[in-house]
Write a protein that binds this ligand. Structure first.
Ligand code: 7TS
Length: 418
């Protein structure tokens, strides 16, 4: 296809899921002799061939370190790496490419803000607000810096549907509050949080907000200028890109004022034993040789998502979630955990007297991959008084037929356990 041609999927008003599936080699494979039904997308998504080929192309024709060589290869790889940064800037509508920092993923992005912004700004008695539905990676980094600084972590509770109780958030805000860090979409419940309102209220009180968009960026359109968020974190591997690459978006004035997170090559403009002058943004936060192939692969993944259209993906996934939710409603011994009005992609459930690990293992024999456990959200499990859930999570390439296989598998398990 030449560059001016538009792929079929855009021209068609019908979402061509079979065409999309054919772009993902792993979806053609079998597990235990059964066609793979991959419903563990919240853990990591599968990769389209264009992303896989990009890594190969990088290592076979571009491999070279960036920002340092005058030789041709180094210039090509630098251009590709910086080109990926520009794609990401456009994708989330950042103001400038210097607001896009490559990291290893959401976890590292949050740690960067906690260790850099937090260390500079938090003092004894200060408070940091998170919610009860955070992934551990949006809890522990704040606990670490709060412990160090004598600051306190405050938690917005969630209701029985797995939604933030906004009035409780309002009550938590006071003149000791120094930061709010909130998940956009919960990985264990599927809840979509009203992040814009959360940010607005924080800003009325001059409090900066970080949005953990790990489970949002692949399902919802993200516009950081519209959200007005101060920081936003996501991982490449959840949006059909490689592992080991992620993004921290930060407003330029905040990033500029923050000290580096790690020291090393590339993050400096000059070094003597007496004094080091740090590099400008975004390089100040990218110490050492980065995951060059990963960044370029993430750029390719974003191209793929944009070709299909995030709104189209969202609509398709919503249909799957509604279909699956209606189907499991017919199973009396099954209880859905996470029944928020605004939800995407995730169906977490428990079955009377059957442990999630047994469910996961038995579904695996049917070729169905789901995740079971606490999903790195132990406080959510505690809130619902359960040790674990079984979680099916949907992506752009899943089908209603796959949901049928899941439901059939669940019914079989119930039969076997009597
Ligand atoms: N935040 C949320 C909301 C997440 O779902 C995850 C990963 C992370 C942060 C951390 O992302 P990482 O790429 O840095 O590891 N969530 C999951 C999950 O639900 N199953 O496996 C990983």
């Amino acid at each position: 296809m030449n560059k001016t041609e538009t792929p079929d999927i855009i021209n068609s008003s019908v979402y061509d899921v079979e065409k999309i599936r054919s772009d993902f080699p792993i979806l053609q494979t079998k597990v235990h002799g059964k066609p793979l039904v991959y419903l563990d997308n919240a853990a990591t998504s599968q990769k389209p061939i264009s992303v896989i080929m990009k890594a190969q192309e990088y290592y076979s024709s571009m491999n070279s370190n960036i920002h340092r060589g005058v030789h041709a290869l180094s210039q090509v790889s630098t251009e590709a790496y910086e080109g990926a940064r520009i794609k990401i800037k456009k994708f989330i509508n950042a103001l400038g490419k210097n607001e896009i920092i490559f990291t290893r993923g959401t976890t590292e992005s949050i740690n960067l803000v906690a260790q850099s912004y937090g260390r500079m700004n938090f003092n004894e008695g200060d408070e940091v607000i998170i919610s009860q539905m955070e992934h551990h990676s949006n809890i522990v980094p704040w606990q670490m810096i709060c412990d160090e600084k004598g600051a306190k972590l405050k938690v917005i509770p969630i209701n029985d549907n797995g939604e933030i109780i906004f009035e409780e958030y309002e009550k938590l805000i006071n003149n000791r509050t120094k930061f709010v860090s909130i998940v956009y979409v919960s990985n264990s419940l599927g809840t979509v949080n009203p992040v814009k309102q959360i940010i607005d209220l924080a800003h009325q009180n001059n409090i900066p907000v970080l949005v953990d968009a790990a489970q949002a960026v692949n399902h919802l359109p993200i516009d950081v200028q519209d959200l007005h968020c101060d920081f936003l974190a996501f991982s490449g591997h959840k949006i059909y890109g490689p592992t080991g690459i992620g993004v921290l978006y930060g407003k330029v004035n905040l990033l500029d004022a923050m000290p580096p997170y790690q020291g090393g090559g590339d993050m400096i403009s000059s070094v003597t034993f007496e004094k080091t002058i740090y590099n400008e943004l975004p390089y100040k936060f990218e110490a050492g040789t980065p995951n060059i192939a990963g960044a370029i692969g993430l750029g390719e993944a974003i191209d793929y998502v944009q070709k299909i259209g995030i709104d189209n993906i969202n609509k398709h996934e919503k249909e799957l979630l509604d279909y699956a939710t209606a189907a499991v409603a017919e199973i009396p011994s099954l209880k859905i955990i996470g029944t928020a009005k605004n939800k995407v992609s995730v169906l977490s459930f428990v079955l009377d007297d059957i442990h999630p690990h047994d469910i996961g293992t038995m579904l695996d024999f049917e070729g169905v991959a789901i995740r079971t456990g606490h999903h790195c959200t132990q406080p959510v499990m505690d809130r619902f008084g359960i040790p674990a859930t079984s979680r099916a999570s949907f992506a752009m390439y899943n089908t209603k037929e796959e949901v049928d296989v899941l439901i059939k598998g669940i019914k079989k398990i119930i039969e076997v356990f009597g």
